[in-house]
Design a protein around this ligand. Sequence first.
Ligand code: DX5
Ligand code: ZN
Length: 227
Amino acid sequence: MVVQISPSILSADFARLADEAARVGDVADWLHVDVMDNHFVPNLTLGLPVVESLLKATQLPVDCHLMIEDPDRWAVGYAEAGAGSVTIHAEAAKAPVRTLRAIREAGARAGFALNPATPVEPYEDLLGEIDMLLVMTVEPGFGGQRFLDIVLPKVRRARELIERHGGEIWLQVDGGVSAATIERCADAGADVFVAGNAVYGAEDAAQAVRDLRDRAESAFKKRTAAS
Ligand code: DX5
Ligand code: ZN
């Protein structure tokens, strides 16, 4: 798989989550679930009980993005519940190595997220513990925000570090990803794309996913052919 699309249910109708997941069930690679605690970010969404229900209601693997304080305490529960991927934030984790290892041991992919102002270089030595690096392209907390172009150089540097490190580490972008911005992300080296508004704001969510994938795929292939 060259690129992967992970629609964010933050922009979906929370009263009909199973139906909303089904709208992209045949075309998406993941279902992105934003867990927010009103402390790490100024917004409150959902937690483990809802994720457990969602896991039963969809065939898609669930990509849990934890925007919470104390992920060291809570992350493993999402992995144990059956999430395919669990991402913790660099700014919130106090023992990231222990927590990333616990996520993997519980059978999920271990994700590590960086806010727009958090540099990637200090985490180079952690790459061996990480299955997916998430570079936020908005300040986390809300859907529908404007894409931050200033983060693109960091996406590029993250791709370089990943290539130098070797192994299979996915590079995810999240925030403001749309038909207008996804090619820039893929060109900078991202290969997993979260999209909330661009998918659930569209009348035909499945078609929006296909369109995003086409754009990302051609930009990604162009980049890899050139390098
Ligand atoms: C924001 C969340 C995102 C959000 C993206 O903090 O992490 O996953 O749903 O939404 P859009 O794609 O609308 O920016
Ligand atoms: Zn997210």
